[in-house]
Structures are given as structure tokens and as C-alpha cells.
Design a protein around this ligand. Structure first.
Ligand SMILES: O=C(O)COP(=O)(O)O
Ligand SMILES: [Mg+2]
Length: 227
């Protein structure tokens, strides 16, 4: 085993949470008397945490121009989104194929697993428990656990420090440019998964160490000690 620590992204990598995030986003927009959006549009707004999702939905575009929203407006909408997402509670969220068995296989093989998501931390434990994964991860970080989130390397480096593992012994695994850039910024090897949410862009364009179309191929590749 050449590497010790596998840091996983959550949404778009282990779980498909788009249906619930889209429902919560549209519930927020409806409450505010605004037009709703199709799930495929909202899918491309995910990746930079809830606040950014809410702001993108309010302006109806991935780019939120400077000054387009007041802080009070965005705070209010985010609060409504949080209430809606809490109420929905992951009812339509599913694990991607072979993730459950793959995580357990890697854990049993002796890898230390960690989770670093841009999702607010308050939503994470309940979802982990719903899949029975709460004991698999040695460290779990949300998008608001520190003052910066992916693509900033800080949460990844924090996990390494907490576990006493150096970045060259770790791999960052995710579906989004934010994961690949965070890993590269932390001087880690990175593994991309092509099936998640990367703003419609091919994850391979970010130059990960390797990329896979299925979680099971990633597990096989890691187990073969390719890096
Ligand atoms: O909440 C998001 O925007 C994305 O979360 P992720 O970092 O787990 O993909
Ligand atoms: Mg993701």
C-alpha cells in the first residue's frame, strides 16, 4: 500500500443528491415568488456550497455578478433553502453504484478514509448515518468547517494534520474541478470521477492523476497500488 489516506468528496462522488438539492432550491424560489428551474439546470450550479447554489438560483445563472444581490437578500434565501433541505432530509438521495461495497473494501484493506465536502456540515452526519457510513470516515469536514472551502486546500491539509499523515501519502477523490484543484493545491495525487457534477465539463480536462467512469474501477485501481 503506497498511500495511507483517501479523502473523498461527497455530492456527485459518493451520493447523488441533485434531486433533493433541486427540490430544496425550487422550494426556496417558490417561497420567494420566483420562477423554478429544471433539475438539469440546477445540477450545473452545485459544487461551491449551499450559499453559492442559492445565489446562482436567485440570479438564474452560474455567474453571480458583483452587487446583484444584497447580503440580506441572500441570507434570507439561504435560510429558506436550509429549512427546505432539512425538511426534505435526503429522501431522494442515493449512493452511486458500488460505492457502499467499494468504501467498505478500501476500509477493510487498511486505508484511512476521510470526507471533505463543500456541503454545510450540519447536513452531513444524518446523510452518512442513512447509508450506515458514519464509522467509515476518520475525519469529516464541511464547506463551513473552516473559513475557506475547496478549491482551497485548507480542509484537505487540516485532515492530514489531524491524522498525522503527510499530503504525499494522501489522495483526493472527487467529481468536480473544486476537488481536483484542492488536491493539486495541497500537492496530493487526485482521482476524478466522471459521473458527478462538474458544471458540464469533463473532469479529465483538469488533469487529475487518473479518472474513472465507475466507482468500482477506481477501487480496483487503488487496490492495485497504482500510485
Ligand atoms: O455542496 C456542494 O456544493 C457540493 O458538495 P461536494 O463538495 O460534496 O461536492
Ligand atoms: Mg462533488
Amino acid at each position: 500500500m503506497n498511500k495511507q489516506l483517501l479523502i473523498f468528496d461527497f455530492d456527485g462522488t459518493l451520493i447523488d443528491s441533485v434531486p433533493d438539492l433541486a427540490d430544496a432550491t425550487n422550494a426556496m424560489l417558490t417561497t420567494l415568488g420566483k420562477d423554478t428551474y429544471p433539475i438539469e439546470t440546477i445540477r450545473n450550479w452545485i459544487g461551491n456550497g449551499s450559499r453559492m447554489l442559492v445565489e446562482r438560483a436567485l440570479v438564474g445563472d452560474i455567474t453571480v455578478p458583483e452587487g446583484a444581490l444584497t447580503k440580506a437578500e441572500a441570507d434570507h434565501a439561504e435560510q429558506i433553502f436550509f429549512e427546505a433541505y432539512t425538511k426534505i432530509g435526503g429522501s431522494k438521495t442515493v449512493a452511486y453504484p458500488d460505492v457502499d461495497s467499494g468504501l467498505k473494501q478500501l476500509h477493510a484493506a487498511g486505508y484511512t478514509l476521510a470526507l471533505v465536502t463543500n456541503k454545510p456540515i450540519r447536513f452531513v452526519p444524518k446523510i452518512l448515518e442513512s447509508f450506515g457510513w458514519q464509522d467509515l470516515f476518520s475525519e469529516v469536514m464541511g464547506g463551513d468547517s473552516l473559513s475557506t472551502k475547496k478549491p482551497d486546500p485548507a480542509p484537505l491539509l487540516h485532515v492530514c494534520t489531524q491524522l498525522g499523515i503527510t499530503p504525499d501519502q494522501a489522495i483526493m477523490i472527487g467529481d468536480s474541478r473544486n476537488d481536483i484543484l484542492a488536491g493539486q493545491n495541497a500537492n496530493m495525487d487526485t482521482l476524478g470521477l466522471s459521473y458527478g457534477y462538474n458544471y458540464g465539463q469533463d473532469i479529465r480536462e483538469l488533469g487529475p492523476t487518473e479518472a474513472f467512469d465507475h466507482f468500482t474501477d477506481l477501487v480496483t485501481w487503488i487496490m492495485k497500488d497504482n500510485i
